[in-house]
Design a protein around this ligand. Sequence first.
Ligand code: ZN
Length: 78
Amino acid sequence: MKALIVLLAVLAGIWIWRSSRRLPPERKQPGGNHGRDKAAIDDMFSCPVCGVHLPRSDAVQGKRALYCSQDHRHQAED
Ligand SMILES: [Zn+2]
């Protein structure tokens, strides 16, 4: 009987530990300071015309996609 109580206590401890570990990733969804490398990769896009990879901050916004330049936006959409 004692072993069962110990087992339940251990399982409860693991459950509490796991549920408390699951919280931080949900909280840092809107681009936290963590993982700058991953954020940099996420902020890259590929021009659908020439395939070059650029940061989103350098993108030209088209109606259907992001492009590397106005020329490629015109080429793809006009
Ligand atoms: Zn391009």
